[in-house]
Design a protein around this ligand. Structure first.
Ligand code: SF4
Ligand code: SF4
Length: 140
């Protein structure tokens, strides 16, 4: 997805490969659920995400569309994303203890956070989103 942003403003200025070490491990998040709330339509799902959601919840795409996901236009494509709901604008999979109720099959974007993907040519590298996660004590 194309974004008009300065990478030096949103990252540590580095791009990482799969074998690089980067301080992105939030050590279980310790009760924080900031990245599961107020995310608008930004947690976009790819086909594998939808497959795992349907498989894990033993449901269908149509049933997810009732209250779990929604469709929005991104880069002139209609794509599904996780739906935010309630006064906290929280992901509907966030449970009462503010933990992810689908942790083992959560979407790829959730697994990757606070890393993001930087696409170039036919491949991609990873970047660390330095302003998105408030945990000051990440491990490598
Ligand atoms: S914002 Fe960071 S610490 Fe908080 S839940 Fe997300 S990844 Fe964990
Ligand atoms: S699927 Fe889980 S990790 Fe992802 S936003 Fe929802 S509650 Fe958070």
């Amino acid at each position: 997805m194309e974004r008009d942003i300065d990478m030096n403003e949103v990252s540590d200025g580095r791009l990482y490969m799969a074998n690089d070490l980067v301080k992105a491990d939030c050590r279980g998040c310790h009760g924080c659920s900031a990245c599961c709330q107020g995310m608008g339509a930004s947690i976009i799902l790819d086909p594998l995400d939808v497959f795992w959601l349907c498989n894990g919840l033993k449901t269908s795409f149509e049933a997810l569309m009732a209250d779990r996901i929604e469709l929005n236009i991104a880069d002139r494509l209609i794509l599904p994303n996780l739906k935010m709901a309630g006064t906290q604008e929280a992901c509907t999979f966030l449970d009462d203890c503010e933990r992810c109720s689908i942790h083992s099959f959560r979407p790829g974007m959730c697994r990757l956070f606070p890393l993001g993907r930087f696409y170039e040519g036919h491949g991609f590298r990873y970047f660390l989103q330095v302003h998105e996660c408030p945990n000051p004590d990440k491990a490598k």
